[in-house]
Design a protein around this ligand. Structure first.
Ligand code: COS
Length: 384
């Protein structure tokens, strides 16, 4: 049975998220982008409204909402500011490995704090020499008594410099690739030997923190290991299957903002004695943007629905992520084109949308990786 209507509770959630996004996030988006200001104040407000970490189960104090609900909220956030959205949602990404691989005791130890307080978490997988090839990690962990000693560098870690807790992926033996990767929780304040090397100066999502973290004989209790040694890679893959739909939802939100701004502009801007919207060239651009946005939203909803029904959604998550982020890139580029010279200056919001859209094609697995996952799943369906 298919039903595209939202429940009254979901409508309420969307309205709350939309109000917050339009009244609190959007007015500050340009300033925070310009000043690279970390949106801690907004994160605290969003947390106070109950809009963050929606998927923490009730057993640990959370609302226990689904991936679908999370995507509804992310679309609203994404339509206001992708940088702020990335900041808010990266905690949800970083907590997922605890939900995927953590013991009951570990979940009880770490999750309730994120419901009670606006704590921040970071997911540390990528390294200077290991990005798309996630099994090629060089950051090592070595058992010593009741601890692990961690050595190596993590790069492009969202929230890294601001995080209270880091879910870290490191290897026992680089030559064994995915079979030697472990997932471990690093509590930042308690960990000596962990330093923030820098926050990157980025093209887009500039208010979010993208950090380089250096571990030098950083000692972490062995009790913080999630699952068993060697289970970290699968944990990371399952986590990403689960979180890619919200990157897609953000792409839908960014596309929606591009359409809104373009429509406003095309209706008031006059050339050749007529508003731009009267020209078929403008109408067709907007129609294409709307068609692609609608398709991207359906793909997002389907992948989220599958996750909420415990179905393996590797292919669908990758399809949604790649399509929606490509859509956002095309739509924001067209939005700049519709605005002409005004689209190219910072006084108008579409140039920021275009800069922000680019990262959606790159992070949480580059779109080339998504296509690789989709193709592999197709081959798997034929026994390959
Ligand atoms: N769920 C469960 N298990 C999975 C899985 C998934 N989605 N994807 C892979 N696995 C398992 C495989 O089944 C295999 O297990 P077995 O050996 O027991 O059969 C193991 O993991 C290794 O998988 P595979 O051989 O496919 O690994 P590859 O090294 O070829 O890498 C890709 C696979 C490219 C998909 C992976 O490296 C990847 O996702 N890279 C992008 C990383 C990324 O998104 N980085 C951004 C970080 S967040 S900013």
């Amino acid at each position: 049975m298919i039903d595209f209507r939202l429940t009254p509770e979901q409508e309420e959630l969307v309205n709350l998220a939309r109000k917050f996004a339009q009244n609190e996030m959007r007015p500050k988006a340009a300033q925070y982008d310009r000043e690279e200001k970390f949106p801690r104040d907004l994160l605290e407000k969003a947390h106070g409204l109950g809009l963050l970490n929606l998927r923490i189960p009730p057993d640990y104090g959370g609302l226990g909402l689904g991936c679908f609900d999370e995507c509804l909220v992310v679309e609203e956030f994404g339509a206001a500011c992708a940088g702020m959205t990335t900041t808010f949602m990266s905690t949800s990404l970083a907590l997922r490995p605890i939900l995927v691989g953590g013991s009951e005791e570990q979940k009880r130890r770490w999750l309730p704090g994120f419901v009670e307080r606006p704590l921040i978490a970071a997911f540390a997988l990528t390294e200077p020499d290991s990005g798309s090839d996630a099994a090629g990690l060089g950051c090592t962990l070595r058992r010593e008594g009741d601890d692990y000693l961690i050595n190596g560098t993590k790069r492009f870690c969202t929230n890294g410099s601001q995080a209270d807790l880091i879910t870290l992926f490191a290897t026992l033996d680089r030559t064994k690739r995915d079979k030697a990767i472990c997932a471990i929780v690093v509590e930042k304040k308690k960990t000596k030997g962990l330093a923030v090397a820098k926050d990157e100066d980025k093209m887009g999502i500039r208010c979010s923190a993208t950090s380089e973290l250096v571990f030098e004989d950083a000692r972490v209790p062995a009790a913080n290991l999630l699952g068993r040694e060697g289970e970290g890679f699968k944990n990371a893959m399952k986590t990403l299957d689960n979180t890619r739909p919200w990157i897609a939802a953000m792409g839908v939100g960014v596309t929606r903002a591009a359409i809104d701004h373009s429509l406003d502009y095309a209706m008031q801007r006059r050339q050749f004695g007529r508003p731009l919207i009267d020209f078929q060239a403008t109408q067709f651009k907007l129609a294409q943007m709307a068609m692609e946005m609608e398709a991207a939203r359906m793909m997002t909803w389907k992948s989220a629905w599958m996750i909420d029904h415990d179905l393996r959604a590797s292919k669908e998550s990758s399809i949604a992520k790649a399509f929606a982020s490509d859509t956002a890139m095309r739509a924001t580029t067209e939005a700049v084109q519709i605005h002409g010279g005004y689209g190219y200056i910072k006084e108008y919001p579409v140039e920021k949308l275009m800069r922000d859209a680019k990262i959606l094609q790159i992070y949480e697995g580059a779109n080339e990786i998504q296509r690789m996952v989709i193709a592999r799943e197709l081959m798997r369906s034929r026994g390959g």
